[in-house]
Write a protein that binds this ligand. Structure first.
Ligand code: ZN
Length: 228
């Protein structure tokens, strides 16, 4: 399987609402809040892990696009990633198959999409370093059904709306790959814009927009991409 090209996908992820990508419980500071966001261990700057972005791309594509295909629908219904492992499956080809070699003997080659961690853009990194980008603490409650009052407040840390991160992905093209594979990535980004990143998406968190999207320096018009 011959590698033909590695396409460089760049862009800016702008937050339209506060973003909460939770840190593991191991990283909670003494006296800190119990729902902190993930931060760079050295600079303490917030970032979007590539795994979060890639995972969201994959799950949204599977639950929308792949529900239409009987071969892949069964995995989505089970709640697991697609593991058909077939060359004809854009999901397994782009993101990697979860199938063991015994289950499927087709050679998909390496995972096509590499999603790098998205760090603050230069502008927002400067603000952060100078103490001008404080993280938001949003309190969420449960409304008592009889009294109609908010109870059990839970502080949730979020990166404030408006903050921008630099997006960077690499897309490998192998000999024989369909030209449509890359368009699945655009479709996935469009689905994220219609959905959310991180936690609390159904309660307003994590609305994002992808700006200045380019592949190898050429603009990509996400507006013109159909999500479904
Ligand atoms: Zn598959």
């Amino acid at each position: 399987m011959r590698l033909v090209a590695i396409k460089n996908i760049t862009g800016v992820i702008r937050l339209r609402s506060g973003l909460h990508i939770g840190a593991s419980k191991d990283n909670i500071e003494i006296g800190g809040m119990d729902q902190p966001i993930i931060k760079d261990p050295v600079t303490r700057a917030p970032y979007i892990p590539g795994s979060s972005l890639k995972g969201k791309l994959r799950s949204l594509l599977e639950t929308s696009v792949f529900m239409k295909n009987p071969d892949t629908r069964k995995f989505v219904v089970q709640g697991s990633p697609c593991k058909c492992g077939k060359k004809s499956c854009p999901d397994c080809t782009i993101f990697g198959s979860h199938a063991t070699p015994q289950e499927c003997d087709e050679d998909l080659g390496p995972t096509r999409l590499l999603v790098r961690d998205a760090c603050l853009t230069d502008e927002y990194r400067t603000l952060f370093v100078n103490g001008l980008l404080p993280m938001e603490v949003k309190t969420e409650n449960i409304i008592h059904r009889v009294k109609g009052v908010a109870e059990h407040p839970r502080p949730l840390e979020r990166v404030p709306a408006g903050t921008c991160f630099t997006m960077n992905m690499a897309f490998r093209v192998y000999e024989g790959d369909s030209e449509n594979l890359l368009s699945y990535v655009w479709q996935g980004l469009k689905l994220i814009e219609l959905d959310a990143l991180g936690g609390g998406g159904s309660r307003g968190s994590g609305q994002v927009v992808f700006e200045n999207l380019q592949v190898d320096g050429n603009p990509v018009d996400l507006e013109g991409i159909r999500a479904f």
